[in-house]
Design a protein around this ligand. Structure first.
Ligand code: PEP
Length: 244
């Protein structure tokens, strides 16, 4: 399992449903020439490319965008944590809001997935965050608390799991919470449970080269989960290298 304590910050590129062999080769050329000290870089491509990238990438870890909560058997189309472990995949995003929205992912299946990942020594990146309607009704903390309570398995500890705070309304929209709002949500998550004081908590939602430095300077933000801006390798490298 990746030793999380070796790193001071985390940069997770969520490519979503994007990529091709040509894209990957163009991406890895500049990325493989970078040296990231104490910065943990994780690339999450569409699953069919996992093994290819694992083989070619020199300074990044590889993560899956999802996994099955079934272990094996007649579950067409699924990818188990055992298979991910066989491929030596180190991280896996679970509970992304796009999976909650389009694929009916629930807190309880997210918890099962996170638990199986930990059993297989893969680090789950567990996503939580409120919708715009919930934010407007002042329900942000309540939603985060419920999602955390229902999604985090007992086995999740600061050395084997990561939390990502991703306000749903900020994902792919170009909108972000204020720095104060991000700080408050991260602080709120930290005080929910004694164990969370030591957790790495990433922020995700429209992080780009313009706003990343300030966001990553917030005390309780330990890194970023990046969608759109991670597809441009020059931007992704700038975001990582501009952060202290
Ligand atoms: C994401 O996919 O988790 C995400 C944060 O996307 P974007 O950076 O495009 O908002």
């Amino acid at each position: 399992m990746v030793e999380l304590s070796k790193f001071t910050s985390f940069f997770v590129a969520n490519w979503k449903l994007n990529g091709s062999f040509a894209f990957i080769n163009n991406y890895l050329d500049p990325l493989n020439n970078e040296k990231f000290i104490k910065k943990c870089v994780v690339l999450c491509p569409p699953s069919p490319y996992l093994y290819y990238i694992k083989d070619l990438s020199k300074n990044s870890f590889i993560g899956s965008q999802d996994c099955s909560y079934f272990e094996e058997g007649p579950y067409t189309g699924e990818i188990s944590t055992k298979i991910l472990s066989d491929l030596k995949i180190d991280f896996c995003i679970v509970g992304h809001s796009e999976r909650r929205k389009y694929f009916e992912e629930t807190n309880s299946t997210i918890k099962e997935k996170a638990s199986k990942l930990i059993e297989n020594e893969i680090i789950p990146i567990i996503c939580v965050g409120e919708t715009l309607e919930e934010k407007n009704n002042n329900l942000t903390n309540k939603v985060i608390k419920k999602q955390i309570e229902e999604c985090m398995p007992k086995s999740a500890k600061s050395d084997n799991a990561i939390i990502a705070y991703e306000p749903v309304w900020a994902i792919g929209t170009g909108l972000t919470p204020t720095l104060n709002e991000i700080e408050n949500s991260h602080k709120y998550i930290r005080q929910l449970n004694n164990e969370f004081i030591k957790f790495n908590i990433l922020y995700g939602g429209s992080v780009n080269i313009k706003n990343s430095k300030q966001i990553l300077e917030i005390e309780d933000v330990n890194g970023a989960l990046i969608g759109g801006a991670s597809l441009k390798i020059e931007d992704f490298i700038k975001i990582i290298s501009n952060s202290s």
